[in-house]
Ligand binder design. Structure first.
Ligand code: F6P
Length: 330
């Protein structure tokens, strides 16, 4: 959506939902771009929670120095139940008014933009979003900030597990994050040369998995690494390992859940780059009068997608890649 009269002079930036490596690079980019345009920039701490509590501070160009390489978010983050209530949103609005804030840059995922959309409808404060989630599940962008780093972290972990799996001829189930999507699992599985990849978007039964393992065993492959997305439909890593053990008591399948390791660490080159580009574009979009849009990257070009689409449209996973991974593992 584009507003007609736009004369924004004071904006605020915040991070919300799960943190993602590269969020700091986005904050830096927003603050530096806004300063370039002579805007006053504020940081809201702990996402919508801090907005409700009035935890808002002025940010200068120098305040965002030396953060591009750091994981996490210097503005902190939170998942806010209070912002789901009209009272919470009213308090948040009052805090913004108290600081004369006229525009917002929201860095986060689905929940962040759902809140932002409602907030704009109620109070009319222009909001532009930047996709920051390791899950990479937002429609309208090829990448969200943090995804590439999370995949790199997971691959590094799987490489290490591979060494011990190989030494002991063991079967390992490695569970990665992704909520109800399999983007992290698919990319981790391909990049680590896994024996099988189980994701929510493709229902793989235990029988199919067993048949696949039998095929790979034919070429004297004595160990196997199975990557399981946490939201996998036929079960998580623990459940699948249990079922294999029940069926083949001679097997001693091991389970590793990489967990929040995937959320931390220095952002990859790609994450720093897209975060910088998205932060820059977000401020310019606000100045051009855009609101209720998420900045995206499509085919390496900057794009804008409505919050409605980003939240509600389904981002398809490329199942051809799953087929390819299966062939490469045989
Ligand atoms: O959305 C990012 C994510 O890391 C998901 O992959 C995961 O399911 C979830 O957040 C975990 O959330 P929390 O850190 O609140 O436990």
């Amino acid at each position: 959506m584009k507003l007609k009269n736009n004369n924004i002079r004071r904006i605020a930036v915040f991070t919300s939902g799960g943190d993602a490596p590269g969020m700091n690079a986005a904050i830096r980019s927003v603050v530096r771009t806004a300063s370039y345009h002579d805007l006053h920039v504020f940081g809201v701490y702990r996402g919508y929670e801090g907005m409700i509590d009035g935890h808002i501070e002025r940010l200068d160009k120098g305040d965002v120095g030396n953060i591009i390489q750091r994981g996490g978010t210097v503005l902190k983050t939170a998942r806010s139940d209070r912002f789901r209530t009209p009272e919470g949103r009213k308090s948040a609005y009052d805090s913004l008014v108290a600081n004369d804030i006229e525009g917002l840059v929201a860095i986060g995922g689905n929940g962040t933009f759902t809140g932002a959309k409602i907030f704009f409808e109620e109070y009319g404060i222009p909001i532009v979003g930047i996709p920051g989630t390791i899950d990479n599940d937002l429609y309208g962008t090829d990448y969200s900030i943090g995804f590439d780093t999370a995949v790199n972290t997971a691959i590094e972990a799987v490489d290490r597990i591979r060494d011990t799996a190989d030494s002991h001829n063991r079967l390992f189930f490695v569970e990665v994050m992704g909520r109800d999507t399999g983007f992290i699992a698919l990319n981790t599985g391909i990049g680590s040369g896994a024996g099988a990849i189980l994701i929510p978007e493709a229902m793989t039964s235990v029988e199919t998995l067993i048949r696949h393992l039998e095929k790979t065993a034919k070429r004297q492959k004595l160990f196997s690494l199975i990557i399981v997305a946490e939201g996998n439909g036929s079960g998580n890593a623990q459940k699948l390992a249990g079922e294999i053990k029940d069926r083949f008591p001679d097997y001693d399948p091991k389970v590793t859940i990489i967990g929040h390791m995937q959320r931390g660490g220095a952002p990859s080159a790609l994450d720093r780059l897209i975060a910088s580009r998205m932060g820059f574009k977000a401020v310019e979009a606000l100045l051009e009068g855009h609101t209720n849009v998420m900045i995206g990257i499509q085919n390496n070009k900057m794009a804008m997608v409505s919050f409605d689409d980003a939240i509600n449209k389904h981002k398809d996973i490329d199942l051809d890649l799953l087929r390819m991974a299966e062939i490469l593992s045989l």
